[in-house]
Every structure is written in structure tokens, then in C-alpha cells.
Design a protein around this ligand. Structure first.
Ligand SMILES: Nc1ncnc2c1ncn2[C@@H]1O[C@H](COP(=O)(O)OP(=O)(O)OP(=O)(O)O)[C@@H](O)[C@H]1O
Ligand SMILES: [Mg+2]
Length: 684
């Protein structure tokens, strides 16, 4: 067996003794190696390679038998040498794996830092943005693409933020508009009909805070019957799928009692084309409706007025004649001083009283037809109140208690009309206490703030007109009886013309009072309790200024001097007026129309028989009336005192007589005392 650089070759004989080998000592010593696995394998003609151990060393090799001799020839190499390359290669592979793993590890660390970290930061920031926090910063160290991604992300966040702010602004704008709409705006879920949204007006109208209304249904705020009607209208709206207009919807509210609403209900459609919400808008038209009612009243009053005016005109002329003649007869008789005159005077006085009652009736009718123009004078209401009350209650078992302080505001009123108001109210009170009782009358000053209503009108029952007051000073007159009271179902109607519960009533008393107070820019209201009584409350705007000194004159005692021209188309009126004036000491001439009066006046002036006073009827059918004549007279004589007289007029001249040049006004029918007072005032 020999040892080569890499390989060894050995030849052995058939017995396994070494014949040839590089190391000749093995040959010379005839070393037998038959026991070696490689020799055994070769001898057995096995061609595969064999591993064996020889002299403490592992070898690998193969061999073949030489045919001619039968000697095996074997070639081998130490295992270490044979597998050196394989081992080296394996080493390099292992080393490469380790290096690659290390490199991969480092790269992955770097990647985590430069890719994963920025990405997870992006994810975190995305979550923050989703949560509404836009204060994220996106500056990071990473690959170009990721940095670009981060920048895009920043821009996107900014854009979202801007859009969200814009949306918020738009939402706030919309919310504040809806919130400030003075009508109730509400939204209900179309499926459950529960409230989803409410505005301020809705809160105020229903009297519940918004939070307590959201999620509730109409059954929580309205009586069941009322809620049912509302719900059925909601259903109707949703079913027909378009706006439902409810011109009048009555609801009972917690804080404001019964209100009348004009409601519009609108279905709001979702993406599936089915109603998702129900939008409602309700306008509170209670005050408007009340005013409409009043207006209707006024119209009714006006139509009565046309009729009343016609009757009253004739009636007053007749009364003027009756009253005048009776009075004159009385005066004459008193002067004659004959026997039995006293009884005749008594009779005449009775007749005059009856005529005066007729005069009151025409006054009542007239207030409807005066075209809104009371003839106002600065007056003390107390005097009118006391006079009227004592007149009405004379002979009644009703006692009157006054509570009237000093320093009351003065008012500008038509005294005749105002006494009629008190007359009507006191008569009603008297009639409501057939077994007697106490009538309490109080007057006080009040000062109202703008829109003041509840503060001024402490009336919780039904009121005739409780519209807000204009700020300013008012005189408040309360008339309280202890009578039967007005039933709840009647109370809203007692101011209507013709409403009466009395067998012989006309139902005109309170309608007249209402009309008069309204024309004085005042308010009249009532509160009543069945069995306990009623209180009528009147507010009249106070007037500035001082009350003129009363110039009460006892006519019979004062004799006037001067020339008076009387113009009236009715001869009887002319005659009685002439006689009245003559009895007072005047020199009188009469005329039937304006043109004639102007001629008489001008002739008299030329003849130096100037008229000091002219009393003229306002309108003359088919001729010149006082309204036109006064202008001509004043042109001729600016000093002349012209007094306008009328039994009935729709003309504003009566209320604003001074504007037209008249010095005074007198309403037919009148008594000698009225005439005398008028003439004195006009002359003064
Ligand atoms: N003080 C009161 N107490 C009770 N009920 C009253 C009172 N005042 C008015 N009323 C009721 O109001 C109704 C209308 O009153 P109003 O004065 O307008 O008419 P009238 O008294 O019936 O008739 P008239 O035209 O003769 O006055 C009365 O019929 C009565 O039912
Ligand atoms: Mg009455």
C-alpha cells in the first residue's frame, strides 16, 4: 500500500499480501491486509466505494481484480482529504447562511425602523383623526415613498379638518336659524313618531325643556284625545307623502293654556325613498284669531250701526222737539206762577224723564254708528262714574262702595259714551243681584311696560281683549258685583252684540261698552266666578294736562245777551231751539239750510246787526250743511262763534270740530242746561 499526494494505490495478491505499494517497507515485510473491508469488497468483486480504518486513519476508496492474476488493485484516499472540498463548501454555505441571516436581521431592524414604525405611526394618527383629533404631526424619517405617503396623509388630515370645520360652521348657521325661527319647529322619527328635535319656540310653546321632550311622543304632552288627532294627522302626512296644511289646530299647553296653531307637516325622505322623518312647523295664531273675532264683532257692530244711525237720527230730532217743548212749558209755567202749575210741572217732568230714557236708547244705538270718533274731552272719570252709578242704583237694594284714591290720572273721553259704558255695566251688575248686595267700584293708576299683559291684567279667567298694552299710563277701573256670575260657556260671548241670557234683554249693553272702550283705545275684560260674582275691568289711556275748572251754570238764573243764528232743516227743531235760546235772553233768527244762513249772516253784518253765535246742523239733506257753511262764515267774520249740532253723524267732524273751524259741539237732543253750558264755553 502506497501513499500518494492525494491518492494511494495498492496491489495485493489473492491472499491479501501487499505486492506493490509506494511505501516499500509494506512490500518487503509482506504485510497482509486481506482483513481490510476494501480488500474484502474488491475480492468479492463489489464495485462500490468502501470506507475503512487503517492505522488510526479513516480512508475511502474502491478497487478491481486484475483478470489475469486475480490480484486486487485498490485505490483510496484519506476521508479527510477526500471530503475536504465538501466540508469546505459546507463551511462556506453555513457561513453564508449566518452572514445572510445577520444581514437579514439588520435589514429587518432597519426596515422596522424606517418602514414599520412610520406606518404604525400613520395608523395611530389615522385613529386620532377618526377620533376628531387633528393635532397630529406627520414628519418622519423613512423611505421616500413612505415620506410622500405621510405628507399625503397630512394633507388629507388638514383637508378633513377644514371640511369638518366648514361643516360645523354650516351646521351652526343652520341650527341658529332653526333655533331662532319664531314658530315651533319639530322633527319626529317617521317610524316611531317620537320627537327627535325641537327649537326654542317649541320649548316655549309647549312649556317643557327640550331634553325632556326628545324621545317622547305626543301622548306625553297632550291629553289623549288631542294626541290621537295629532298622531292621525302625522300618519296622514306620511301616507300621502306630501305637505299637510292644518290651518287651525287647537292644543292645550302646560304654561299657556289653549292655543290655536297653524301647522304644516312635511315628510322627509331617506335614501330608500321612504319617509324617515316628519318635519313640523307650527305658528301660534291665537292672538290673530282673537283679533279676527274682535274684527268680526266690529263688523257686526258696523252693520247694526247703519240701521241704528238711521233710526237714531230721526228719533233724536223728535226727542229734541219733545224735550225742548216740555222744558219750555215748564219754564213758562214757572214764570206765570199759576195755580196747579206744580202738578203740571210734575207731569211734564215725568214726560221729560221718559224722553230722557229714549235719549239713552238712541245714544246706545248711536255708539255703533259714530264711525269710531268719540267726542273726547278731558274729564274726571270719577265724576262720571259716581253720577251714573247713583242714577242707576237709585231705588235698588244694591249698595255701592267706592275705593277711589286722590291724584288719579285724567282721561280724555266722550263723557256721554263713557257714562253709557258704566251705565250698562252697573245695570247688569244690579240685575245680577236681584236680592241686593254690594257693588264695589275702584279706580287706580297703573303704568304699563312695553308688551305688558299679564302684569297689568291680573285676569286669569276669560278676557275680551287681552292684547299687549302699549307702554304708558293707564287708569284702571274695576267694577265688582256679588251676583250670579257668568257661566264658563258664555263668558267669551257676552261682548257679542245680541248675546243675552235675559228674557227682555237686547244683548247690546256690553257690545256697546266694548265698542266705546275700544274707540277710546282702552281695554275691557271680565273675570267671573259662578255664584260669587263678576268683575269688569276697564283700562283707559291717561291724558296729559289739567282738568278745566267746572263752569256749572244754573241756566234759569243767567240771562244772556246777543244775537244767535240757528240753522236746521227741521222746522220743529228750529222752533224749539229758538224758543230755548230766547228764554235764555238771546235774540234768535232761523234758517233751513246753509246757503240761506250764509245770506242771512251776510245781510245782518251789512246792516250792522251782526250775529255773535251761529248754531248749525252738520248735514242738510240736499243742501249746504254746517261743514261747508262754517268756512264761508269764518271768511266773512273770523270772530264769529259757530257751534255744530247733530243728532247722528258718521262724520269725523263731530269729534274734531275745532279742526273744521267750529267753536263747540252739541249733540241732539239737548236740554236748556246743555245748551247754556255750551254757549258759555264757546263764548269764553
Ligand atoms: N254682572 C253680570 N253678572 C252676570 N252676568 C252678566 C253680567 N253682565 C253681563 N252678564 C251676562 O252677559 C249678557 C250680555 O250682557 P249685555 O249687557 O250685553 O246684554 P243684556 O244685559 O242681556 O241686554 P241689554 O242690551 O239690555 O243690556 C247678559 O245677558 C248676561 O248673561
Ligand atoms: Mg245689559
Amino acid at each position: 500500500m502506497g501513499k500518494g499526494e492525494i491518492y494511494y494505490a495498492v496491489i495485493v495478491d489473492r491472499e491479501g499480501t501487499i505486492i506493490a505499494f509506494p511505501d516499500t517497507t509494506f512490500v518487503s515485510e509482506r504485510v497482509n491486509i486481506k482483513s481490510l473491508a476494501i480488500i474484502e469488497q474488491t475480492l468479492a468483486h463489489k464495485k462500490n466505494s468502501t470506507r475503512f480504518r487503517f492505522l488510526e486513519t479513516d480512508y475511502i476508496g474502491g478497487g478491481a481484480v486484475v483478470e489475469s492474476t486475480g490480484w486486487p488493485v485498490v485505490v483510496f484516499q484519506s476521508v479527510e482529504e477526500a471530503f475536504f472540498v465538501v466540508r469546505r463548501t459546507r463551511y462556506f454555505i453555513l457561513l453564508s447562511i449566518v452572514v445572510a441571516a445577520a444581514v437579514a436581521f439588520i435589514i429587518s431592524r432597519l426596515s422596522i425602523r424606517r418602514v414599520v414604525n412610520p406606518l404604525s405611526q400613520l395608523v395611530k394618527n389615522a385613529r386620532k383623526i377618526a377620533g376628531g383629533d387633528y393635532s397630529v404631526t406627520m414628519r418622519m424619517e423613512s423611505y421616500l415613498e413612505i415620506n410622500e405617503l405621510a405628507e399625503d396623509f397630512s394633507r388629507m388630515a388638514k383637508a378633513i379638518k377644514n371640511r369638518e370645520e366648514e361643516l360645523k360652521r354650516a351646521q351652526t348657521f343652520l341650527d341658529s336659524i332653526i333655533e331662532n325661527i319664531p314658530n315651533m319647529v319639530f322633527v319626529k322619527d317617521a317610524r316611531t313618531l317620537k320627537f327627535v328635535s325641537f327649537n326654542k319656540a317649541g320649548e316655549e310653546l309647549l312649556g317643557f325643556p327640550r331634553v325632556s321632550m326628545i324621545g317622547k311622543t305626543d301622548y306625553d304632552f297632550h291629553p289623549p284625545e288631542e294626541a290621537e288627532i295629532i298622531i292621525s294627522r302625522n300618519m296622514e302626512t306620511l301616507e300621502k307623502g306630501s305637505l299637510l296644511d292644518i290651518p287651525e289646530e287647537k292644543i292645550n299647553t302646560k304654561s299657556r293654556g289653549e292655543r290655536i296653531l297653524h301647522t304644516k307637516k312635511i315628510p322627509i325622505f331617506g335614501e330608500d325613498n321612504r319617509p324617515t322623518y316628519l318635519l313640523g312647523i307650527s305658528e301660534d295664531i291665537t292672538d290673530y284669531k282673537r283679533m279676527e273675532g274682535e274684527l268680526l264683532n266690529m263688523r257686526k257692530l258696523e252693520s247694526i250701526g247703519v240701521l241704528a244711525g238711521g233710526i237714531a237720527h230721526d228719533f233724536n230730532n223728535i226727542l229734541t222737539v219733545i224735550l225742548g217743548n216740555i222744558e219750555l212749558a215748564g219754564i213758562l209755567m214757572e214764570r206765570e206762577n199759576k195755580i196747579q202749575v206744580a202738578t203740571i210741572i210734575e207731569r211734564l217732568k215725568e214726560a221729560a224723564k221718559a224722553a230722557l230714557r229714549a235719549k239713552d236708547l238712541t245714544l246706545q244705538l248711536l255708539t255703533f254708528s259714530r264711525g269710531g270718533a268719540p267726542v273726547k274731552r278731558l274729564a274726571s272719570i270719577v265724576e262720571i262714574l259716581k253720577e251714573t252709578t247713583s242714577f242707576v242704583l237709585s231705588g235698588s237694594n244694591v249698595r255701592c262702595e267706592f275705593n277711589i284714591p286722590e291724584d288719579l290720572f285724567f282721561v280724555e273721553v266722550d263723557e256721554g259714551q263713557m257714562s253709557q259704558v258704566f251705565n250698562n255695566i252697573v245695570i247688569n251688575a244690579d240685575q245680577s243681584m236681584p236680592d241686593g248686595g254690594v257693588l264695589k267700584i275702584s279706580v287706580e293708576n297703573v303704568v304699563a311696560e312695553v308688551g305688558d299683559k299679564a302684569g297689568l291684567l291680573e285676569i286669569n279667567n276669560v278676557t275680551a281683549n287681552d292684547r299687549p298694552f302699549e307702554s304708558g299710563k293707564y287708569l284702571k277701573i274695576s267694577i265688582s258685583d256679588q251676583g250670579t256670575g257668568v257661566p264658563e260657556e258664555d263668558i267669551a260671548r257676552i261682548f257679542d252684540p245680541y248675546f243675552t241670557t235675559k228674557q227682555r234683554g237686547n244683548g247690546l249693553g256690553l257690545a256697546t261698552a266694548f265698542s266705546i272702550i275700544k274707540r277710546h283705545n282702552g281695554q275691557i275684560s271680565v273675570k267671573s266666578n259662578i255664584g260669587l260674582g263678576s268683575t269688569f275691568i276697564i283700562y283707559l289711556p291717561a291724558a296729559e294736562g289739567e282738568l278745566p275748572l267746572e263752569k256749572r251754570l244754573e241756566t234759569q238764573d243767567i240771562q244772556m245777551k246777543g244775537r244767535v243764528l240757528v240753522m236746521d232743516d227741521e222746522e220743529a227743531v228750529r222752533n224749539v231751539l229758538t224758543d230755548m235760546l230766547e228764554s235764555m235772553g238771546y235774540e234768535v233768527e232761523g234758517s233751513g239750510n246753509g246757503a240761506e244762513a250764509v245770506k242771512l249772516f251776510s245781510d245782518a253784518s251789512k246792516l250792522d246787526r251782526r250775529f255773535d253765535i251761529v248754531i248749525m246742523d252738520l248735514t242738510i239733506p240736499g243742501g249746504m250743511g254746517g261743514k261747508e257753511a262754517v268756512k264761508i262764515l269764518l271768511e266773512m267774520d273770523p270772530e264769529v262763534k259757530v257751534i255744530v249740532s247733530s243728532g247722528y253723524s258718521n262724520d269725523p267732524v263731530m269729534a274734531e270740530y275745532k279742526k273744521y273751524g267750529f267753536s263747540g259741539v252739541i249733540s241732539k237732543p239737548f236740554k236748556v242746561a246743555d245748551l247754556s253750558k255750551m254757549l258759555t264755553e264757546a263764548a269764553g
